[in-house]
Design a protein around this ligand. Sequence first.
Ligand SMILES: Cc1cc2nc3c(=O)[nH]c(=O)nc-3n(C[C@H](O)[C@H](O)[C@H](O)COP(=O)(O)OP(=O)(O)OC[C@H]3O[C@@H](n4cnc5c(N)ncnc54)[C@H](O)[C@@H]3O)c2cc1C
Length: 387
Amino acid sequence: MDFKLSEEQEMFRAAVRGFAEKHLAKGALARAHQAEHPFDVAKLMAKQGLMGIAMPEADGGQGGTLMDAIIAIEAIAEFCPRSADVIQAGNFGPVRVLAEYGTPDQKKRYLSRILSGEAVTCVGMTEPDAGSAVTDLTTTATPDGAGYRINGVKVFQTHASVAEMMLTYVRFGPGIGGIGSVLIPRNAEGFRQGKAAKFFNGEEWVQTYLDNVYVGPEDVLLKEGGFKKQIAGFNVERIGNTARSLALGRYAYEQARQWAMQRKQFGKLLCEFQGLQWKFADMKIKLDAGQLLIYRAVANAVNGIPSGEDTAIAKAFCNQAGFDLCNEAMQIMGGMGYTEETLVEYCFRKCRGWMIAGGSIEILKNRIAEAVFERSFSQRPPKPAKS
Ligand SMILES: Cc1cc2nc3c(=O)[nH]c(=O)nc-3n(C[C@H](O)[C@H](O)[C@H](O)COP(=O)(O)OP(=O)(O)OC[C@H]3O[C@@H](n4cnc5c(N)ncnc54)[C@H](O)[C@@H]3O)c2cc1C
């Protein structure tokens, strides 16, 4: 067992850090408070080879590994927390599911624009009555000629208000086996969105109405029976979310560490008070433990897809750790940490959202408990007895 990155990985990290320091560090505060997706950063990253890092070169990717993509998220977040979202959008999110299961034609039409940084996509899983219980989704795909008519409502999709296409979970038939997915461009007839509102992290969310939207056979991604594949691909999105939680926690920790080494009260530096030293010790333990859990999930990944169990453990731990790190950093920095003049409050707001998004901490713990007891625990009420 070796806990060190390889020489190539260290070189890659140094190159991404160099890029981030030169191009992203300066505007980091302003970027965090900008509502729009930073397409300028995305285009710059595309030129730098930071989009599609773990995707095959034949698909327009870089032919690297999932570990490389994780290194990129960490190195970018060190200088610009908001720009880590761009690495997510170009490597870990629905883009990865599209790259994994899409046809050559689908990749040509949608993937190339995402990998060039000109477009983003979004994933439509959550519905008003299907959140944690995502398999309760009711958006239907009804056969119509060679294609399907889609009807339903989606909520909370990251990037929904700008995404060129929504990778949409739909129901072709009853039960989990009836779930699959289709690609719906935002200019499709019947694709309509409500008024934009804001999450606590500053991002926009909108409600999307799919009113009899026609999807041709060329835009079906996974037919019925595709749910397991879809969720396996979603583990990549989850591990990106996990890495951002820890990376933003690390950013806040570093801000607090610097502060504690220069801020004096009672004639002493803050870092000289044992009450604060122990906070830093606890933070360091969380950072190291979270890092190891992420690297384990990624090192054990098969064909670039981490297992459900490793991902759940890493995500549950790092979502909590990221939030705790930001919270403690804010406390250590006092009033200054609570202002919008530092990025600590931004990291705090972002990390809070990841405790809910992409499988809440509670749902992940349910998954972990199933691994502990090697059995499933139905979360649903018992079926009524047959009379
Ligand atoms: C920042 C952000 C980004 C998001 N991005 C996307 C996106 O891109 N695409 C998308 O489709 N959705 C997205 N979502 C939605 C997200 O996936 C859901 O919010 C999440 O699955 C929880 O669903 P819910 O909000 O309906 O809460 P509910 O399912 O109603 O849950 C409410 C609370 O009850 C707990 N709970 C529910 N069931 C159980 C149980 N069986 N055991 C224990 N506790 C339970 C939950 O953990 C939660 O704390 C995003 C959400 C956020 C906050």
